[in-house]
Design a protein around this ligand. Structure first.
Ligand code: C5P
Length: 232
């Protein structure tokens, strides 16, 4: 499985998304579609972007009872996405159900990635709101290991955790890492960031890059810079 750069298409409408994607005339980037765009435009946005030749990471973070997740994943699989995700907190049984639902009749399926703890959840919130008293990095690794046990392909994590995830879950277990910024770029609201080159060095398999590309003066050049630093 090759390393790749995934652009977070955090736009509110199809119009804005296509205006952005129209700039990419040669190489068609792997794109991430999140809840905002999917809920605004529905499944047609996935089909349209797919028809333009892009790979798609559908970031909907499912979390429900195993049967509901299994059936919903079957629907997402028919949309022919390349990667999708769920919350590892839904348990190993839910993750196994998701894999079953995702697997098509011919045995193929999109990659399935788990969210461990959201980066918006810190130790204090985890202890007070969720009553999880263990250190957060231990919880993240435990959830990653649960995802590996369930047969998932990897986790979303900080590039700073990618090395440890590989040590814990195996080198073929994928790390999909947001929180990427250019050395000379704005950090924005991200706290712990790495450059694409550093993420490559530490072993990230996919970097998810939003604003450093979407808000750049020349998004195609910014994307090519990510590719040059992370992939080539
Ligand atoms: O614009 P930026 O590069 O910060 O975008 C990063 C993308 O990755 C956004 O879509 C954000 O929601 C997502 N993400 C994140 N941190 C996580 C999980 C997902 O930034 N822990």
């Amino acid at each position: 499985m090759g390393k790749d750069v995934i652009i977070a298409c955090d736009f509110a409408s199809a119009e804005k998304t296509f205006e952005f994607l129209d700039k990419f005339t040669t190489r068609k980037p792997f794109v991430k579609i999140g809840m905002e765009l999917f809920y605004a435009e529905g499944p047609s946005i996935v089909k349209e972007i797919k028809a333009r030749g892009h790979k798609i990471f559908l970031d909907l973070k499912l979390h429900d009872i195993p049967n509901t997740v299994k059936k919903s994943m079957a629907v997402l699989s028919r949309l022919d996405v390349d990667m999708t995700n769920l919350h590892a907190a839904g348990t190993i049984t839910m993750m196994e159900g998701a894999l079953e639902g995702l697997t098509r009749e011919d045995g193929t399926r999109p990659l399935l990635i788990a969210v461990t703890q959201l980066t918006s959840t810190d130790q204090e919130r985890m202890e007070n709101d969720l009553l999880i008293k263990e250190p957060i990095d231990k919880v993240v690794m435990h959830y990653a290991l649960n995802a590996a046990k369930a047969g998932l392909d990897g986790v979303v994590c900080s590039p700073l955790e990618a090395g440890k995830v590989h040590d814990t879950c195996g080198k073929n277990f994928l790390t999909v890492t947001p929180g990427v910024r250019f050395a000379d770029g704005d950090i924005g609201d991200q706290k712990r960031v790495m450059t694409p080159a550093e993420a490559k060095k530490i072993g990230s398999d996919y970097i998810v890059v939003g604003r450093p590309i979407t808000a750049a003066e020349d998004p195609v050049a910014a994307y090519e810079r990510c590719i040059a630093e992370f992939v080539d």
